[in-house]
Ligand binder design. Structure first.
Ligand SMILES: *[C@@H]1O[C@H](CO)[C@@H](O)[C@H](O)[C@H]1NC(C)=O
Ligand SMILES: *[C@@H]1O[C@H](CO)[C@@H](O)[C@H](O)[C@H]1NC(C)=O
Ligand SMILES: *[C@@H]1O[C@H](CO)[C@@H](O)[C@H](O)[C@H]1NC(C)=O
Length: 398
């Protein structure tokens, strides 16, 4: 069964060829709940919030969209989304979303969008539809360039010295990358709440572990075929995903058979009505290289920079193997929040991370036995079981 599923995923990925031929994605979203068709700003507006949109330019020329729901300028909180996501994940649950609740609590809420995602598919000189170089990034660049550019922008516009970060999944990876590569940023973050942290991927189960075994071959194949962008918002794949997964069978086929084996299953918390709302916004685009980097972390059992192969590593890093990210340089106060049924951020892997971080001030395992990777932002009851703890923790620093 896992093999069949893997092949199914592979075929879907192959269809996702970067296209210059632009597809009108809107028409594939007809019939879905209204929120599936709204962007971040529209979602916020619908729920009574006002968003300011900013463009942040990174040192290497990427133009990133940054959203701000204004609150008390002295209490900035930056939300960092996960892989295949955008800032939208923090508003999709409407008035029980983390973004909404933080805004109502008076926080100055900022939500970033990493390079390559729907809102940040832009560069000063590179064209994402034509230039392969645009897609030459992984979570390393998100952490090394995207995150600090956003942090500096926020601190400058609020006049503060520090902000708080809440990240989920890849949003945690990139924060650990930044704090280890550019330790001066540790001082700019007063607390970091890491939801479903992803740093080690040594305890994956099938089907993820099987995909991991074949990941080098899959990556080679995608490279040969020229697929540099995966799951782009305006791609053919996305259109097909919207059409198939938006059908009545979509909940069982796409969520239960497709996502749940990878994220952990929790149908009670992710009910059909809500699942259909996520279709427009998730999955969103990232690079092949990003996925390849994550699979290297899993296969090599080490949290290290991108492995280009021995010869190029020598040029790039002056060592045959890519350098490990030094977690002992991550001196930010970290609160780890994880779920027992999270198949990507497994308790065992989070434990390894916890043991290697020098400044973990909180560690919370959600009580529910079914709490999975997605529940932190999308669970039906997460605003009751998790957000009060998050707000209480933030209060100590803001
Ligand atoms: C896309 O399709 C929608 C609905 O079919 C239509 O309203 C909209 O004008 C189209 N947009 C473009 C850019 O063609
Ligand atoms: C959101 O959609 C509205 C209406 O189409 C558009 O004017 C606005 O620019 C969009 N914002 C973003 C960030 O895409
Ligand atoms: C990708 O970026 C790396 C590091 O910046 C560079 O050495 C490499 O040549 C780039 N590869 C491509 C295909 O642009």
């Amino acid at each position: 069964m896992s093999i069949v599923k893997s092949i199914f995923f592979l075929i879907l990925m192959l269809i996702d060829k970067p296209v210059t031929l632009s597809i009108n994605i809107t028409s594939t979203l007809i019939g879905l709940p209204e929120d599936a068709r709204l962007n971040f700003t529209q979602l916020a507006y619908k729920y009574g919030l006002v968003v300011r949109e900013y463009e942040v330019i990174t040192e290497d020329g990427y133009i990133l969209k940054l959203f701000n729901i204004q609150g008390n300028k002295k209490r900035p909180v930056l939300l960092a989304h996960g892989i295949f996501g955008t800032a939208d994940i923090y508003l999709l649950r409407g008035k029980t979303s983390l973004g909404y609740i933080l805004a109502k609590q008076g926080y100055d809420v900022w939500a970033l969008n990493v390079r390559g995602s729907r809102y940040s598919r832009k560069h000063l000189t590179l064209d994402p539809d034509k230039d392969k170089a645009f897609w030459n990034f992984s979570f390393h660049e998100h952490g090394y360039y995207d995150l600090p550019a956003n942090i500096d922008f926020i601190l400058q516009s609020t006049g503060q010295n520090q902000l708080s970060i809440i990240g989920i999944s890849e949003g945690t990876t990139i924060t650990f990358v930044l704090a280890s590569m550019r330790p001066e940023y540790n001082e700019k973050i007063n607390v970091f709440l890491a939801l479903a942290p992803v740093v080690y991927l040594q305890n994956l189960e099938p089907p993820s572990s099987i995909l991991l075994q074949f990941s080098a071959e899959i990556n080679d194949l995608l490279t040969v075929l020229g697929f540099e962008e995966l799951f782009g918002y305006n791609s053919i794949f996305k259109a097909i995903y919207n059409i198939i997964c938006g059908q009545r069978i979509g909940y069982d086929l796409c969520l239960k058979i497709g996502f749940f084996p990878v994220t952990g299953a929790d149908a009670d918390e992710l009910e059909p009505e809500f699942y259909y709302t996520t279709i427009g916004q998730f999955p969103d685009g990232t690079s092949r290289k990003n996925l390849a980097h994550y699979t290297q972390v899993g296969r090599r059992r080490i949290f290290a920079q991108y492995d280009y192969g021995r010869r190029m590593n020598l040029d790039m890093y002056q060592s045959a193997a890519p350098p490990e990210y030094s977690l002992n340089r991550v001196t930010i106060k970290v609160v780890l929040i994880c779920g027992k049924n999270d198949k990507l951020s497994t308790l065992k892997d989070v434990q390894i991370l916890k043991d290697r971080l020098p400044n973990v001030i909180g560690f919370r395992v959600m009580e529910s036995n079914t709490f999975n990777h997605l529940d932190h932002v999308w669970g039906r009851n997460v605003h009751k079981v998790s957000y009060p703890f998050i707000i209480k923790t933030l209060r100590k620093f803001n």
